[in-house]
Design a protein around this ligand. Structure first.
Ligand code: MRU
Length: 356
């Protein structure tokens, strides 16, 4: 069994025990911490699609266990038929959301593990899958910890840190990506302030980042997305740290809608802009940001707030869930292997490329 959330005061994003996948329903936070058991491929697909489990690394881990859940019903089949079901269910889960590369990365890794296993029966192949999902889970926790170690020195005594969306513990199974340097700096006794963008339309910053940082005792202030420029103009932000859903080979990256605005504003005010990126979120097969598919979500996420209509009936809506920030606005990538600066194409390939 892999240990649950390393943060004592926070419910685990997901757990795997007795062949059961349980997730914390993040759509109900911060009001209530409801844990649900996912018992079929369809339930896993819906949980990812509806953002009950969300954040690129957490989606990857959930999909790996989700694939184990998905093939449990095929365990009575002969090996060939089991392998066919495995491929089919992986393709199905992969269609839940398009932008975070961790989803396809983890499913491909599961299929590769199944291919390489010299299993002669279905039961042992199933156990290979569970072992691989647990390896992905443990690795996610290690990557977050590595990002924390390398990123913490960016937060100095008295710093103001701005973050967007939730790239926190809730978006991973460890201490988060963008929040890892925050938790590590706090552990080192550094005094600093964090500003959390609320992150319209689904308010991951207000509902999740504010919730987890507050529970961890971090000095956190909630602001609306439109307040970032004003904060920087007042000199209250020393560093921006965001997460990412996919980083292309040239260093362009996708993250929650509004990240591009922040990067532009940070450049204008000369504020450092870092992206916390575990290697599981790198997509070196996509040359640049133009190749990243951006998820578009339903209109009601914009026209409604807390279930209440806030726009005129029939209004046209544009609701991309992510945007792409060009690499030249990035000060550096905080990875588990250290901080990677420009030129990104060469430096990412040298550190994480196939040949490296
Ligand atoms: O739509 P979400 O909530 O899954 O979007 C999450 C983000 O954009 C995060 O910043 C990103 O996945 C990195 S999580 C460590």
């Amino acid at each position: 069994m892999v240990s649950p959330s390393p943060l004592v005061n926070l419910p685990a994003t997901l757990t795997w025990a007795n062949d059961q996948l349980r997730i914390l329903d993040q759509t109900r936070l911060p009001q209530e911490a409801v844990v649900e058991t996912l018992t079929s491929a369809h339930e896993v697909w819906r949980a990812i699609h509806e953002l009950r489990v969300r954040g690129a690394p957490a989606i990857g881990v959930a999909a790996a266990y989700g694939l184990c859940v998905a093939v449990q019903a095929s365990r009575h089949l002969p090996l060939d038929a089991f392998r066919a079901a495995l491929a089919e269910q992986a393709a199905y889960l992969d269609s839940a959301r398009p932008t975070a590369v961790n989803l396809s990365w983890s499913l491909k890794r599961m299929l590769r593990a199944a291919e390489c296993a010299g299993a002669t029966d279905t039961a042992s192949l199933y156990h290979t899958l569970v072992d691989e999902a647990q390896a992905i889970h443990r690795e996610d926790q290690r990557l977050c910890a590595g990002i924390g170690q390398h990123g913490a020195p960016l937060i100095r005594e008295g710093s103001g840190v701005l973050t967007h969306c939730n790239a926190g513990a809730l978006a991973t199974t460890g201490i988060g990506t963008a929040t890892a340097p925050i938790y590590e700096a706090q552990r080192n006794g550094v005094a600093f302030r964090v500003y959390a963008d609320e992150t319209r339309p689904l308010l991951q910053g207000a509902r999740l980042t504010a919730y987890e940082l507050q529970r961890a005792g971090v000095d956190v202030t909630l602001v609306t997305d439109s307040m970032a420029a004003s904060l920087m103009a007042r000199g209250q932000i020393d560093v921006v740290i965001v997460g990412t859903d996919r980083v292309a080979a040239n260093g362009d990256f996708a993250n929650k809608i509004g990240t591009l605005n922040l990067a532009i504003v940070a450049r204008y005010f000369g504020v450092d802009f870092y992206v916390a990126c575990p290697s599981s979120t790198l997509d070196l097969d996509t040359p640049d940001g133009r190749g990243i598919v951006i998820e578009e979500r339903g209109a009601s996420e914009v026209t409604h707030l807390g279930g209440r209509m806030i726009a005129p009936e029939g209004i046209k809506v544009f609701n991309p869930a992510f945007d792409v920030t060009p690499h030249d606005l990035v000060t550096g990538y905080i990875t588990e292997a250290g901080i990677i600066g420009s030129p990104y194409e060469a430096n990412l390939a040298a550190r994480f490329g196939r040949a490296a």
